[in-house]
Design a protein around this ligand. Structure first.
Ligand code: ATP
Length: 336
């Protein structure tokens, strides 16, 4: 069998360390992958004067699958988010974030099993801000029926195919009556086509409270862009932190797998980042390629390492390096 062609975007900060970790674990499964390295972010800015060169986007589109490290977004002044621009240019309209507890992870709640489905192309991320007069800034938050319907369709289809019991639309339609009202209308229309899946609605602040008090109250959370972003970090906190949660950005014919976390510049280059999120994103990527068994083997190996509890990176109170964790996961692949 020939090797799979997959784009590898190392990214910034801890990106190169955690993507390298995921590539090593994927290689250890025996699934042959030819990685084509594509730089975006700071390195592309230095080399081409553009943090997201059009050729980079084209390579990902042509290849159809990518594993991506986090890319730093400057706060305030500086270039707009490359992560957001990539999602928009490739029309990666779904951000799928499964949040599951791994037994043995310090600080994790027991048996959390949530799926966050975040609309990935609009909302506040249209990044339109205007200053009608000095001292007043307005941000546009665009919600369209087209984008809301397609993300709702994905959420219900995902729920139906994966044996999930409910979909909860997260909103703030008490305040944002028109925009979140439209998001809810679309969700209701799609919900009516899936009578076997329970449909609920929850105001975003109440949804946050539910998740902290009892994460088992929810199953699939269908979110407009910003609420999905915030709830993802909250949910990551329920299962031990940002180092643990993978994500898939999905469009028609193209998929980009990454971690929920950012580039963590405070620990970059120290060799201590937790690579679990990127390794689990690698498992999702393998399933997407049709190598579901290898994907499950990676998940099982990660679970075995945490269950043993001996190899933990500093974010979880341990002393292991990124490298040490990767070696433990590769060794655990062989325990099956
Ligand atoms: P960005 O601007 O790229 O979003 P950030 O530092 O603002 O970066 P994150 O990188 O998402 O935001 O994470 C915040 C903090 O959480 C990091 O500074 C780091 O201390 C910790 N963190 C995030 N990911 C990891 C990881 N994989 N391993 C260990 N710690 C992590």
């Amino acid at each position: 069998m020939g090797a799979y062609n997959v784009v590898l975007i190392p990214g910034d900060g801890i990106g190169p360390e955690v993507t390298q970790a995921a590539c090593r674990v994927i290689a250890a499964t025996g699934v042959p992958v030819d990685w084509e390295v594509v730089e975006v972010g700071t390195k592309a800015l230095e080399a081409h004067g553009d943090p997201l060169p059009p050729e980079a986007v084209e390579r990902i589109r042509e290849c159809g699958v990518a594993l991506k490290g986090p890319v730093t977004t400057p706060v305030g002044a500086g270039f707009p988010s490359v992560n957001v621009a990539l999602r928009k240019r490739l029309d990666l309209y779904v951000n799928l974030r499964p949040v599951r507890s791994i037994p043995g992870v310090p600080g994790s709640r027991d048996s959390v099993d949530l799926v966050i489905i975040r609309e990935n192309t609009e909302g506040l991320y249209v990044e339109i801000e205007r200053e009608p007069r000095a001292g007043v800034v307005e941000a546009v938050r665009r919600i369209t029926a087209g984008a809301s319907l397609r993300i709702a369709r994905f959420a219900f289809m995902y729920a139906a195919h994966n044996g999930r019991r409910s979909v909860t639309a997260v909103h703030k339609a008490n305040i944002l009556k028109k925009s979140d009202g439209l998001f809810l209308d679309c969700a209701r229309r799609v919900a009516a086509e899936y009578p076997t899946i329970a449909y609920r609605e929850r105001i975003v602040d109440a949804a946050c409270l539910d998740l902290v008090l009892d994460p088992h109250r929810h199953d699939v959370l269908l979110c407009p862009n910003l609420y999905g972003d915030i709830i993802s970090d909250l949910a990551a906190g329920l299962v031990g932190g940002l180092g643990l949660v993978p994500a898939a950005n999905l469009g028609d014919g193209v998929a980009v797998f990454e971690a929920v976390h950012g580039s963590a510049p405070d620990i970059a280059g120290k060799g201590v980042a937790n690579p679990t999120a990127l390794i689990l994103a690698g498992a999702m990527l393998l399933a997407h390629l049709g190598e579901a068994e290898a994907g499950r083997a990676i998940e099982a190996a990660v679970i075995r390492v945490y269950r043993k509890g001996k190899v933990l990176t500093p974010d979880l109170g341990g002393t292991s390096t990124t490298e040490g964790f990767v070696e433990a996961v590769i060794a655990a692949l062989g325990w099956a």
